[in-house]
Design a protein around this ligand. Structure first.
Ligand SMILES: [Zn+2]
Length: 302
């Protein structure tokens, strides 16, 4: 995990999941906390070495890879913890993630793993879209839904910590069907993010870039391509396609491996996000036929 300096006060730890850091004298703000104890311990060790304080934590969204290490910070540093509303509910009750991925059923034990469920934390301050000041830290909070219901990116000291509002090109190609919850909301959030002007941006996964707008544009194009592929598949089946068939078709066509139930559920949510996007654009219609959830092309709508 490399510790990179971006300007006088802003840094980030570059890893599988990036962790931001902002330093103001006696105060230090972490942005996200990594997946587990071992990842946050590396951060703590480095900050200690550099004699940099840890007093605040901002959690961008309640996905375990972003907050799984946060309980260690709360235990050892008594950090003031800030998170967007709604995400707070999950951070305080992390079983909600395997629960929602499992469609509301009580999750099987295999779903209660560190990738889907972190240790609960307390959220002391809740944010929505807008300007906030927490002690010496002034930030603009942007609510960027489409990947997590109330995900927030922040601009602080001229750096945009973007959470998972966009992915690096490498991540898009690796995941093939990126984890999103609503394709239309994702694209709207990408447009909102691309209008932010500042020194540069740190995504949740990928590298800091000064000119991040082209990467955001690549995300938009990537999602549009998946939407087009999906629309073509549904239009080739005039009698409609079930949800289950659509998930299977997309995973097989994109070469996505889902050997475990947890992975399958994540991809099922992602494919459903694109279906929802096309329904919202009135490209698809949906109903229930013989106890199956079915999608059709919406003839006569441009
Ligand atoms: Zn995420």
């Amino acid at each position: 995990m490399q510790f990179k300096k971006l300007n006088d006060t802003c840094y980030y730890f570059e890893g599988a999941v990036n962790i931001g850091y902002v330093h103001h004298g006696e105060e230090g703000l972490l942005i996200d906390a990594g997946i587990d104890k071992s990842s946050i311990k590396k951060v703590i060790r480095k900050l200690k070495e550099e004699e940099l304080p840890i007093t605040h934590l901002f959690v961008t969204h309640a996905h375990a890879d972003h907050y799984g290490g946060a309980y260690v910070l709360q235990k050892d540093f008594n950090v003031k913890t800030i998170a967007p509303r709604f995400e707070k509910a999950i951070l305080e009750n992390p079983m909600l993630e395997p629960l929602y991925l499992f469609g509301g059923n009580d999750p099987l034990d295999e779903l209660r793993n560190k990738f889907l469920e972190g240790t609960p934390i307390q959220v002391h301050e809740v944010v929505d879209q807008g300007q906030y000041t927490f002690d010496s830290f002034q930030m603009s909070v942007f609510i960027l839904p489409g990947h997590s219901y109330f995900q927030a990116g922040i601009v602080i000291d001229n750096i945009f910590y973007a959470a998972d509002a966009y992915f690096s090109e490498e991540q898009l190609n690796k995941h093939k069907i990126p984890y999103i919850t609503d394709a239309q909301m994702t694209i709207e959030s990408l447009q909102k993010a691309s209008e932010i002007t500042c020194q540069g941006a740190v995504p949740g996964h990928g590298m800091y870039e000064e000119h991040f707008q082209p990467t955001i544009q690549k995300n938009v194009e990537y999602h549009e391509k998946v939407l087009t592929d999906l629309e073509i598949f549904i239009s080739n089946n005039p009698d409609g396609v079930t949800h289950e068939q659509t998930v299977a078709y997309m995973c097989e066509t994109y070469g996505v491996n889902t050997p475990q139930l947890s992975q399958f559920l994540l991809y099922r949510t992602a494919v459903t996000a694109y279906l929802i996007g096309l329904v919202k654009r009135k490209k698809l219609k949906t109903d229930i036929q013989r106890s199956c959830w079915v999608f059709y092309i919406n003839e006569g709508e441009g």
